[in-house]
Write a protein that binds this ligand. Structure first.
Ligand code: DC
Length: 220
């Protein structure tokens, strides 16, 4: 079974996908973490972010896996747990160098499909319903109002001890929205057949239940 979830930053897709995977006994694939991990590798390898060929070379020689730790999944970059490092704002600000490059996206999509071959998965990220699994039976597009998405981001970061002003966060979120929507390959958009859910006024539990209800109905 493949459940694919797309949506803009702060729409709640990671949180929801994680819980949904747990409830369905499926592997959780956080595709954003994969792009972040590769970006982190480039940033720590002393490579010019403009050097696309070099980044491509690195991507081809990178191993990405997910391991379950407690109730969450951590990403392993060449066997090393980089779950914390990849969430830092320096990485967020630079991901587009890697994610905007179509040849890199091809490698990532290949890896994402490979990870999903033998297991039930809940896969989440910008192009999962449009490019990675357009044929998935269960496709969702989660959304929320801009200010609510900024609020969620701020509280996520605060929980990790990172303090960023509302102004700075809204600017960076608006910029990310723009980049995500205008990316030449794998741009953020609602896939045909994907169910749109506005999560602005819904609790996490309410969104999870809504998705489970739809999945269970489709299974009948
Ligand atoms: O979901 P996230 O914030 O962890 O994603 C990090 C970045 O990676 C985001 O700016 C967009 C990019 N990304 C992408 O291009 N394609 C995906 N499938 C997932 C993320």
């Amino acid at each position: 079974m493949i459940v694919a979830i797309d949506g803009p930053a702060g729409s709640g897709k990671s949180t929801i996908a994680k819980i949904l995977a747990e409830r369905l006994g499926a592997l959780y694939i956080d595709t954003g973490a994969m792009y972040r991990a590769l970006t982190y590798k480039v940033l720590t390898s002393d490579i010019d972010l403009q050097d696309k060929e070099k980044i491509y070379e690195i991507a081809r020689n990178t191993k990405l896996d997910f391991v379950k730790k407690g109730s969450t999944y951590h990403i392993l970059l060449d066997g090393k747990d980089v779950n914390e490092e990849i969430r830092k704002p320096e990485v967020s600000a630079k991901v587009f160098y890697v994610a905007d490059y179509p040849k890199i996206r091809e490698i990532m999509v290949f890896l994402q499909r490979k990870l999903s071959t033998n297991e039930s998965v809940v896969i989440e990220g910008r192009d999962t319903t449009t490019v990675v699994f357009p044929e998935a039976k269960y496709k969702f597009f989660l959304d929320a109002e801009f200010s609510e998405r900024v609020r969620r981001r701020q509280s996520d970061l605060l929980n990790k001890g990172i303090k960023i002003s509302w102004r700075e966060l809204s600017q960076s979120l608006a910029e990310r929205d723009r980049k995500d929507k205008t990316r030449p390959v794998g741009a953020l958009k609602q896939a045909p057949g994907a169910i749109y859910i506005d999560t602005t006024k819904l609790s996490i539990e309410e969104v999870v239940n809504k998705l489970l209800e739809i999945i269970n109905k489709k299974d009948v």
